[in-house]
Design a protein around this ligand. Structure first.
Ligand code: GLY
Length: 346
C-alpha cells in the first residue's frame, strides 16, 4: 500500500500527516538534524540511525524542563541552525518534550514527529500542543507548535505491548464518539480484528482518528472554543490518575473509565441520551476496559477535579455528549458527580 497523506492548517502553520512504510524516512539521510528517541524506540527505524541523536529514559519523569534543557544543550553542541530539523521518535512523552525544545530553540526549528505508540499516533503528535510537567501539574508548561510533518510507520506498533495498544484504542473510541459514526461502527463490528491489530483495520483506525482530531483542531487551534471536546472523559481521567499516583492505570484506561463516567453524569443531568450512554459504555466493555472502580475515595476524586488546571474561575466544566457527534461543555454540581461516582463503585 502506498503513502497516505492528510494536510492541515493549524493557525498559521501547515502540518502534514503521512502514513506509510519506513522507506519514507530515507529522505532524512544526510540532513542537518538531531533525532530524539527513548530507550524503547532507538533501535527502530534504521534510516535515522546515522543522524546525531539523544536517547531519553522512557516514562513520565522525562517530561520535565530538565529534559528540555538537555535537548537544547545537545542542539547547540551539534551546531543546529535555524534551518535544522528536530526529529522525535516515540510516544507522547518524547514527542511533547522534543516538540517544546524545538519550539524554543532559536524561536523554533523544523519539527518532525514519528509517533510509535497508537496513543501518540492518534492524539499527542497531532495538533501542536507541546509540553512538560511542572510542579504537581501535567503539561503545565508548553507552547502551541505543530510539527511540519508527522510520519506514521505502522510497523512500529508491532513491538508495542498490548496494554499500550489498548491505551491508544481508548482515544480511538473517543474520536469515533466525537466525530466519526463509521469509525464507531467499525469498532463495534470488528472487535477481534482490532484486538489482533490487523494491519488494514489499524491503518483505518489511525487515519479516521487523525481526521477527527485534525478537523477539530483546524477549527480551534488554541483551544478557545471547540478543541476542549478532545478532553471528553479527561477531567475524570486526570483525577483518577492523580489520586492513584499514576499507578495501576494507563492513560487510556483512565480515559475509558472517565468517558463512561461523563456519559453517566450526562445522563443523570438529563443531557445524554440513555441509549447512547449504554451503547458507548458497552463498546468500552467489549474492549475489556474497566468501567467501575472499587477502592478509590470519591471525595478525593472530586477534590482532584476541582484542582484541574483547565477549570475557569474555580468552576469545573465537563465535556459531555448528548448523542454521537453532539458535544458540549457544562458545569455540573459536585453533588451530582459525587452521586454518580458513589453509585458506580464495584
Ligand atoms: N490532547 C488534546 C488536545 O490535543 O487538545
Amino acid at each position: 500500500m502506498g503513502t497516505r497523506l492528510l494536510q492541515y492548517r493549524f493557525g498559521g502553520y501547515s502540518s502534514c500527516v503521512e502514513l506509510g512504510s519506513e522507506a519514507l524516512l530515507e529522505r532524512f539521510r544526510g540532513e542537518r538534524a538531531v533525532v530524539v528517541w527513548d530507550e524503547n524506540t532507538s533501535s527502530l527505524l534504521e534510516p535515522l540511525h546515522e543522524l546525531p541523536s539523544v536517547i531519553l529514559p522512557p516514562g513520565e519523569r522525562t517530561k520535565s524542563l530538565d529534559t528540555v534543557t538537555q535537548l537544547l544543550e545537545r542542539f547547540l553542541e551539534e551546531g543546529l541552525e535555524r534551518d535544522a530539523t528536530v526529529i522525535a521518535v516515540g510516544g507522547g512523552v518524547v514527542c511533547d518534550a522534543a516538540a517544546l525544545a524545538a519550539s524554543l530553540y532559536m524561536r523554533g526549528v523544523r519539527l518532525v514527529l514519528i509517533p510509535t505508540t497508537l496513543l501518540a499516533m492518534v492524539d499527542a503528535a497531532l495538533g501542536g500542543k507541546t509540553g512538560v510537567n511542572f510542579s504537581a501539574y501535567k503539561n503545565l508548561v508548553g507552547t502551541f507548535y505543530p510539527a511540519e510533518q508527522i510520519i506514521v510507520v505502522p510497523e512500529t506498533l508491532e513491538t508495542l505491548p498490548q496494554r499500550e495498544y489498548l491505551s491508544g484504542l481508548a482515544e480511538v473510541i473517543k474520536s469515533a464518539m466525537l466525530g466519526d459514526p463509521e469509525l464507531f461502527r467499525i469498532l463495534t463490528k470488528k472487535v477481534d480484528e482490532v484486538l489482533a491489530r490487523e494491519r488494514e483495520v489499524v491503518e483505518d483506525l489511525i487515519l479516521r482518528s487523525v481526521a477527527v482530531k485534525g478537523h477539530i483542531v483546524e477549527q480551534d487551534f488554541t483551544e478557545r472554543g471547540g478543541r476542549e471536546w478532545l478532553n471528553l472523559g479527561h477531567t475524570f481521567a486526570h483525577a483518577l490518575e492523580s489520586v492513584t499516583g499514576f499507578e495501576g492505570w494507563t492513560h487510556g484506561e483512565a480515559v475509558a473509565w472517565g468517558i463512561v463516567q461523563a456519559l453517566r453524569c450526562g445522563e443523570a443531568a438529563g443531557i445524554t441520551d440513555p441509549d447512547y450512554a449504554a451503547t458507548a459504555s458497552e463498546l468500552f466493555r467489549q474492549y475489556g476496559f474497566r468501567c467501575e472502580i472499587d477502592t478509590i475515595a470519591v471525595d478525593a476524586l472530586i477534590d482532584a477535579m476541582q484542582r484541574d488546571k483547565k477549570n475557569r474561575g474555580g468552576r469545573v466544566r465537563y465535556v459531555l455528549q448528548r448523542r454521537p457527534g453532539e458535544t458540549e461543555l457544562r458545569e455540573l454540581s459536585s453533588e451530582l458527580v459525587r452521586g454518580v461516582l458513589s453509585r458506580n463503585l464495584s
